[in-house]
Design a protein around this ligand. Structure first.
Ligand code: UTP
Length: 304
């Protein structure tokens, strides 16, 4: 088959956004508002992920949402009322801003009845993904990268044709929060590794490497029957890492070290860091915000 045709076949058009987790670390904020809708400066967390996906060439977004997550779906719908109001009030600046938001060709939502784990969230997207390889974006990992993180993974997939997971080198004291791969470098591919095994949340003594899996994946449809076959005891979750570990018996899986800055906004400290990071990148805010941070120094604000 000519290389050009192969390239077309391997292009990734769909990204699945699992967003049905309970977000317990942000209670009570997440009692009514999904954590994906918490803003970093003035954009909801999930919008950073969708913009990244669109910039990477993704056309179809599949949102996997849960109970009480209607706001996510609404956020990506075109709000003609709001647009009419802004126009009537002469707020053409805001109107232009809203209309210029990068949009995928389609946004579809599917409900995960119960939050039975990330593997289960991916499985419920099965019917909407059809028979093509697809990306998975965990939007709580906000990644500032050029090319976008999803694009970096797609490039590896286009060359190698097998699933790819994003990894980051993690300090030993944090490795127990992640899935960790044992892997060896792929010749002539900088930052790309062939995975030999994976463990979910190992102790630092048991971690096979410092390469931790972060929230971006390129998966192939053969992951679905595997996820479907994983049975769990009550209270257990279907882990995506378990599915990938089983898939590894049938085909190669690669890891790609992402070149960029990642914030884990699913944790409070990660959320705060991301807020500061993106505020400092904003030309309209950076100076005033930097000045404010300077006045804080290391002192604890007293409110006086
Ligand atoms: P997390 O491990 O961060 O869990 O999920 P969580 O429930 O969202 O948050 P905490 O730990 O209670 O604070 C990682 C990603 O997987 C999705 C989440 O929405 C998040 O994007 N997820 C997790 C699902 O979509 N469904 C699930 O059943 C579990």
């Amino acid at each position: 088959m000519p290389a050009e045709r192969l390239h077309v076949l391997r292009t990734i058009r769909t990204a699945v956004f699992p967003a049905a987790g309970l977000g317990t670390r942000f209670l009570p904020a997440t009692k009514v508002i999904p954590k994906e809708m918490l803003p970093l400066v003035d954009k909801p967390i999930i919008q950073y992920g969708v913009e990244e996906a669109v910039a990477a060439g993704i056309e179809h977004v599949v949102l996997v949402t849960g109970q009480g997550k209607r706001a996510i779906e609404d956020h990506f719908a075109v709000d003609t009322n709001l647009q009419r109001l802004l126009k009537a009030r002469g707020r053409t600046d805001l109107l232009a801003e809203i209309q210029s938001l990068p949009r995928p060709t389609s946004v579809t939502t599917v409900q995960q009845g119960e939050p039975l784990g990330l593997g289960h969230a991916v499985l419920v997207a099965r019917k909407l993904v059809s028979d093509e390889a697809f990306a998975v974006v965990l939007s709580d990992d906000v990644i500032d990268a050029n090319p976008p993180a999803v694009r970096q993974l797609i490039s590896v997939y286009e060359k190698l044709g097998d699933p790819v997971v994003a990894v980051e080198r993690m300090p030993a004291d944090q490795i127990n929060n992640y899935g960790v791969v044992s892997a060896e470098p792929v010749a002539d591919e900088d930052g790309v590794y062939r995975i030999r095994g994976m463990v979910e949340k190992p102790s630092k003594e048991d971690a096979p490497s410092d390469l931790a899996i972060i929230g971006r994946y390129i998966l192939t449809p053969d992951i679905f029957p595997i996820l479907d076959s994983i049975t769990c005891n009550a209270g257990d979750e279907i882990q995506l890492t378990d599915g990938l570990q089983r898939l590894l018996a049938h085909r190669p899986i690669y890891a790609c070290e992402i070149d960029g800055v990642r914030h884990d906004t699913g944790s409070k400290i990660g959320f705060l860091r991301a807020t500061a990071y993106f505020a400092l990148k904003r030309p309209d805010l950076s100076e005033a915000f930097r000045e404010y941070l300077r006045t804080l120094g290391t002192a604890t604000p007293t409110g006086d």
